[in-house]
Design a protein around this ligand. Structure first.
Ligand code: MG
Length: 310
């Protein structure tokens, strides 16, 4: 398909030879859509070939039709939605700053609230979520959506901290799985789901605060162990991220999308002219990397596919 808009040559910075085979030498970065305020939360629906994302300060979710190239408002108001993902049944799961909850959009279009309170206290502002193959939903709850009226509604935190939570697939019950984060953010499982990666963007609120991704071991009961630093960001912050089919992590950063080996080595970058907040794999072959970067959505066709997890 012809790129619809502006394209950028030589968008790749190779830091390890292993990265060369992931991005074709002639690949270009394409600007898919622009004119937004702060884009986040991309999710791709393979069955109907469209991408959605949150335009948080504009209180809306946008939709890009990959076949026609059309861009439309998908939902407005969106309750200042942030992270989006797709569950194993193809349903949209959304983190809402404004309503301080996690929701699921059912196949008939109705919206089910999955989590809004923990032990009687309102959540802060759910940021990003991932669905495990057992149906459990894991999400982060920093306070960005209640810090100000820019991307939510300014309010005091009722929980008083920023945790990582798990929604039980059978009972719907909500449990804290990690309570030692400053600002938990992006979240994804390893390919075999034995590890959970969670970003901490605490540097936005604390001098010398965390700007890294941590990795935990996950047991059958849905509990976490470990939590050592997997990678530290030296240009901006890691926000949202996704894995490719070989277990590499493609993460947001200040100067583009960074690619890390499963061992935690930075092997290359896709350089983007705006600050990147999140990425997702899409396209009919799952090798189109969509990049949410401040006012625009960018895309690059890779030689590697995204993981089958969403
Ligand atoms: Mg985020």
């Amino acid at each position: 398909m012809t790129p619809p808009g502006e394209t950028f040559r030589d968008p790749v910075l190779v830091l390890d030879d292993g990265f060369r085979k992931l991005v074709n030498a002639t690949a270009r970065l394409e600007k898919v859509a622009t004119g937004f305020r702060w884009v986040e939360g991309p999710a791709y629906f393979p069955a109907s070939r469209y991408l959605i994302w949150s335009d948080i300060p504009n209180d809306r979710i946008m939709r890009y039709d990959e076949v026609s190239g059309a861009v439309h408002v998908f939902r407005q108001p969106s309750h200042f939605s942030n992270g989006n993902t797709v569950d194993r049944q193809g349903r949209l799961v959304t983190c809402e700053h404004g309503a301080r909850r996690v929701t699921r959009t059912e196949h008939d279009g109705t919206i089910t609230v999955l989590a809004s309170h923990h032990e009687g206290k309102r959540l802060n502002s759910p940021n990003d979520a991932v669905v495990r193959s057992d149906g459990s939903i894991w999400f982060t709850d920093p306070a960005y959506g209640i810090d100000s009226d820019y991307e939510g509604h300014k309010a005091e935190s009722e929980v008083g901290a920023c945790h990582v939570y798990r929604i039980d697939p059978q009972t719907g019950g909500l449990t804290v799985v990690a309570d030692d984060f400053v600002r938990p953010n992006g979240i994804a499982f390893s390919l075999d789901e034995s590890k959970l990666y969670v970003a901490d963007t605490g540097a936005t609120h604390e001098a010398d605060g965390p700007r890294h991704i941590r990795v935990f071991d996950v047991n059958e009961a849905g509990q976490l162990r470990g939590g050592s630093v997997f990678a530290t960001c030296y240009n901006g912050l890691f926000d949202g991220f996704r894995l490719d089919e070989d277990g590499r992590i493609w993460t947001s950063a200040g100067d583009g999308a960074h690619c890390y080996s499963p061992a935690g080595a930075l092997i290359g970058k896709v350089l983007v002219p705006e600050i990147v907040a999140n990425v997702v794999f899409g396209g009919p072959r799952r090798n189109q990397l969509y990049i949410c970067a401040t006012t625009s959505i960018y895309s690059i066709l890779l030689s590697v596919k995204g993981a089958r997890t969403f």
